[in-house]
Each structure stands twice: as C-alpha cells, then as structure tokens.
Design a protein around this ligand. Structure first.
Ligand code: COA
Length: 321
C-alpha cells in the first residue's frame, strides 16, 4: 500500500504587497529583496485568517480529488500561526467542511509542517488505521513577523495549501526522510504570546520572529540536498530520474544551490516564491497545487518534495504521481 496524493488545493489572501509597496513602510528596495531572495511580492491577510484560508484550500483539494467530507478519516494541519492555541486549526477545518468522522489535529514543524503531516498520514495509512487523509500547511505569518526588522519581514507571506491523500495499491509515496536539530532552534525562533501571570515580572522581550539568516542559509544548502539525495536513493532512483523538485520556497539562491549540488537543471525546480514569498508550512502544498493546476504533473511522474526550517526541522519525500 502506498500513500498517493489524489487532489490539491490552495488559497492566497486577496491583498498583494509588492517589494515597492514595502519600501513605503521601511528602508528597503525591490533591488535588495529580489536580488537576494527572488521574491517580488507576497499576499498578506487582511480579512482572511489561518482557518478561513485553510477551509478554502481544503474545499478546493477535496473537489480536485473528488472526495466527500464523509470519506475523510484524518485531518493534519501544519502551522506556527493558527488563530487559536485551542481549538486546533485542523478542528476548525473539520467543522467547516463537515468531516464528522475525521480525527483532526495540528502539528508545529514550522516550514516542514506540511511534509511532516504527509509523513504522519503515510504512517497511519501504512499501519492500516486510516484510508483517506486531508493534509494542510497554513500560515498567517504577517501577524508573527517583526515589521520593524526589515531583514526578516520582507521574506514572508500568508496563505494555505492542502492535499488529499489515500492508500493506493499502485502508486504514491516511494520513500521519505525527516529529521530535527533542536540544538540549533535559536537560529529561527518566535517566542510567542506574552505571559500575564501576576507571579512573573512583566517580560518586555519582543515576541516576534527573529532569525540568523546566514545560519539558516548554511543549514538549508547542506541539509536539503543531503536529505533529498538520501530519499531519492531510498526510492531506488537517482536525481536524474526525478521529473520535478517541489521545494520549500524560502529563497531562490537556496533552490539554485540545491539544483547545483544534485547536478539537476533548475528547470526541474518550479517556483512560487516570486509571487508568494516564504509561507512556511504552506509553501510546498501551494507550489504543488500550482503545478497540478498548470497540468505539469502527469501520471507516473516522480516528484521529490522537501521542506525545511524552524526547529530546526527538515523532511523530504519522493512520490510517484
Ligand atoms: N532591505 C535593504 N537592506 C537590508 C534589508 C532589506 N530588507 N535587510 C537587511 N538589509 C541590510 C542589512 O542591514 C545589512 O546592511 P549593512 O551591511 O549595512 O549592515 C545588509 O543588508 C546585509 O545584510 P545581511 O543580513 O548580511 O544580508 P544577507 O546577504 O545575509 O541576506 C538574507 C539576508 C535573509 C536574504 C539571507 O541571509 C537569507 O536568505 N537567509 C536564509 C533565510 C531563510 O530563507 N529563512 C527561512 C528559512 S525557512
């Protein structure tokens, strides 16, 4: 039994913020941002929430998969920016789509969130516990980034992506790899909510995302090609056998470096970061949905997926479409 992606969906907020728009709010420029990252614009949530975008992405994925809510056994949603601490965003999705039979929960694996969700769903399907799962990555990063730190806030955007996966006898996931390095968690962190416990002295530390960009860059350009190489070998393939690489969309230079290290043409690395920026857990499923809807993905094609980021965490998979 393999875990097969049978449908995809995504949702981006209506409001688009270009690099030039950003330069009205801070000392930055389209030249600085696009030359270092490849990002030209991103969508930012104004009326949308993490849940509303997730629900829309889920509905589109279910329609694309031709699956009803009653068929869904499991909903796993990767996010670091859910609207509530509880209930989980996955539970909000469950209620909105009416997937009454499903078990629903969120996971926090930052930019690897969708990939971890895929690997968890795969484990449940392999174990024979569930047949059909809805997996999502969704973020409203605009509410957790530090808008006074131009070196990080320009990188991120908001959105949600989803996929329906199902156990299949013939094709689907061929191999996966995942890992974490908690000792390096500090290089990309977000302390989160303020504590108003009266027994604890008020803490004025800024509670937004902070990042050591160069350390994250070094982590990405070493760990991602190694993880992909391992996953591709585990599938009995070489990088040349892979039709497309759908990578987390953090930075065009990271993607170009991975393509160089694997000796694969960068034509095989579709991009969405130019118009989306980095949407953490939502990057991989949004890219996959764009590829699917453009008709790039044909039955039998092999696609390598990889997510990486805060934790630090990383995860890769090779799937047969
Ligand atoms: N606009 C204009 N100037 C900016 C700027 C901005 N948005 N942000 C930073 N700068 C300035 C800095 O202040 C610094 O100026 P100085 O030399 O006068 O001090 C200069 O640009 C260089 O900053 P630096 O941080 O050294 O740039 P860099 O070349 O390392 O590029 C990143 C920064 C963030 C683009 C790069 O480190 C990166 O892409 N890292 C990976 C981050 C990532 O992908 N994270 C998510 C992973 S999931």
């Amino acid at each position: 039994m393999k875990t097969r992606i049978i449908g995809t969906g995504s949702c981006l907020p209506k409001t688009v913020m270009t690099n030039d728009d950003l330069s009205k709010y801070m000392d930055t420029s389209d030249e600085w941002i696009s030359s270092r990252t490849g990002i030209r614009e991103r969508h930012l949530a104004v009326e949308e929430t993490t849940a509303s975008m997730s629900i829309e992405a889920a509905k589109r994925a279910m329609e694309n998969a031709n699956v009803t809510a009653a068929e869904i056994d499991l909903i796993i949603l990767g996010t670091v920016s859910g609207d509530f601490v509880t209930p989980a965003c996955a539970c909000e999705v469950q209620a909105a789509i009416g997937a009454d039979r499903a078990v629903a929960f969120d996971i926090n694996a930052a930019c690897s969130g969708f990939m971890f969700a895929l690997n968890i769903a795969n484990a449940y399907i392999q174990a024979g516990l569930y047949r059909t799962a809805l997996i999502l990555g969704a973020e409203t990063l605009s509410k957790i980034v530090d808008w006074e730190d131009r070196s990080t806030c320009v990188l991120f955007g908001d959105g949600a992506g989803a996929a329906v996966v199902r156990g299949d006898e013939n094709c689907g996931m061929l191999s996966f790899d995942q890992g974490s390095d908690g000792a390096k968690g500090d290089v990309l962190a977000c302390p989160g909510r303020a504590n108003n416990n009266p027994l604890i002295k008020a803490d004025q530390t800024p509670r937004y995302v902070h990042m050591d960009g160069q350390e994250v860059y070094k982590f990405a350009v070493t760990t991602v090609p190694a993880s992909l190489q391992k996953t591709i070998e585990a599938a009995g393939l070489t990088p040349a056998d892979i039709d497309y690489f759908a990578l987390h969309q953090a930075n065009i230079r990271i993607i170009q470096s991975v393509s160089k290290r694997l000796h694969v043409s960068d034509d095989k690395f579709p991009i969405s970061l130019d118009h989306c920026g980095n949407i953490s857990a939502a990057s991989v499923p949004i890219l996959l949905d764009e590829m699917n809807r453009k008709g790039l993905l044909k039955p039998g094609m092999r696609v390598a997926l990889s997510g990486f980021g805060g934790g630090l965490t990383w995860a890769s998979a090779v799937i047969e479409w």
